[in-house]
Design a protein around this ligand. Structure first.
Ligand code: KG4
Ligand code: ZN
Length: 351
């Protein structure tokens, strides 16, 4: 059994977790997540404020993770931290703190790729969410459709050509006057929308696309965002009495177009690679409409959908600990020269 203490500081959550385990047999001993509220005032994450908030929060958050787990620092076998991708200043705080702990305790250090963490998150709650599976990772910064043959062996099938799914939610929400981060607020507003009041074109989704086409799996959301903006402008220029469509109708139509696109692209991936499991991850996996639509569509293919709860879908250190355990067991040991990276390829990519 290996005991890992992991730290995640890639964006605006300061998180620490302690996990015990061997292979896929793991126990999450504790998970502490402190979300930085300061960014709400600015309607988006301000990198320097994020770094400074991590700097003050990291020690108490880590101490709390140890006390909630009921374990002593001396019992930790390895320390892990997210090394990228993310905000470099924010990542440096977590990497530096993990280094200090590893150095002080003379224990190994393991750097983890943030998106690989998201891949492992669902397996912490669902024992069957293990490879092989089709993965859809949808967060504020990334949209990745992957075929996961085994842990550590990943094929990227599609990605976004412009905005990430969460980013599209946040930008459209902002235009609709909703608070940041807008995803959850937009989902709530969409519940009041009239089905069919409005329809946006499904981006990059055409019936005649075939495997091998470079847009078969990729997605793009900037056109959809522009369609929403145009609709809002048209509404503004019409007398209210002539236009019964509301922002809730727009929110619903936007969400439907985005969800449909993600579901169809994921179905293509599962079908093509004959996978019977689909694993969702990232903050947008909190979206109930997405999860429900994915379940219905995958049931028609005989595939099961695994979605994490909100706590593990959004950024957290438990998923980093889980990915770190995998790499620790495969012998990964990082030096005290471990760096942080704004962009970083996922390890284990295969053609
Ligand atoms: O994975 P995450 O916590 O952070 C990143 O690594 O980016 O994802 C945050 C994103 C935000 O864009 C947020 O608006 C979105 O996830 N999100 C949602 C929902 N809950 C969070 N988007 C749509 N519907 C939701 N219910
Ligand atoms: Zn994330």
């Amino acid at each position: 059994m290996t005991r890992i203490l992991a730290i995640e500081t890639s964006c605006d959550e300061t998180s620490a977790a302690i996990l015990d385990g061997t292979g896929d047999d793991v126990t999450l001993r504790s998970l502490v997540i402190l979300s930085q509220d300061v960014h709400r005032v600015y309607g988006g994450v301000v990198p320097e404020l994020a770094s400074r908030a991590h700097l003050t929060a990291i020690e108490p958050v880590t101490r709390r993770a140890l006390s909630e787990a009921g374990v002593e620092l001396e019992s930790i076998d390895a320390f892990a931290a997210t090394m990228g991708p993310g905000l470099v200043g924010a990542l440096l705080v977590g990497v530096g703190f993990a280094k200090a702990l590893a150095f002080a305790r003379q224990r190994p250090l393991v750097g983890v790729h943030h998106m690989e963490g998201h891949l492992f998150a669902t397996a912490l709650e669902h024992r069957d969410a293990t490879p092989p599976f089709t993965a859809l990772l949808v967060s504020g910064g990334h949209t990745l459709l992957m075929d996961v043959e085994a842990w550590g062996s990943y094929r990227i099938l599609g990605r976004t050509r412009d905005d990430a799914a969460g980013e599209a939610f946040d930008k459209v929400a902002k235009k609709l006057g909703l608070p940041y981060p807008g995803g959850p607020h937009l989902e709530k507003l969409a519940r009041e929308g009239k089905p069919g009041a409005l329809r946006f074109t499904r981006p990059m989704l055409r019936k005649n696309q075939v495997p091998g086409d470079n847009d078969y799996y990729d997605v793009s959301f900037s056109g959809l965002k522009t369609a929403v903006m145009n609709e809002l402008q048209t509404q503004d220029s019409r007398p209210k009495t002539q236009d019964p469509r509301t922002s809730a109708d727009i929110a619903l139509a936007f969400q439907d177009a985005l969800v449909d696109t993600l579901v169809e692209k994921t179905a293509r991936a599962a079908e093509q690679h004959e996978r019977t499991k689909v694993v969702l991850g990232g903050g947008v996996a909190c979206n109930k409409t997405l999860v429900a639509a994915m379940r219905t569509r995958m049931a028609s293919l005989g595939a099961t959908v695994y979605a994490p709860t909100a706590r593990l879908a959004t950024d957290n250190a438990a998923m980093i600990a889980r990915a770190a355990l995998f790499h620790f067991e495969r012998g990964q040991r990082d030096g005290l020269d471990l760096n942080a990276y704004a962009t970083l390829p996922i390890p284990g990519l295969i053609a």
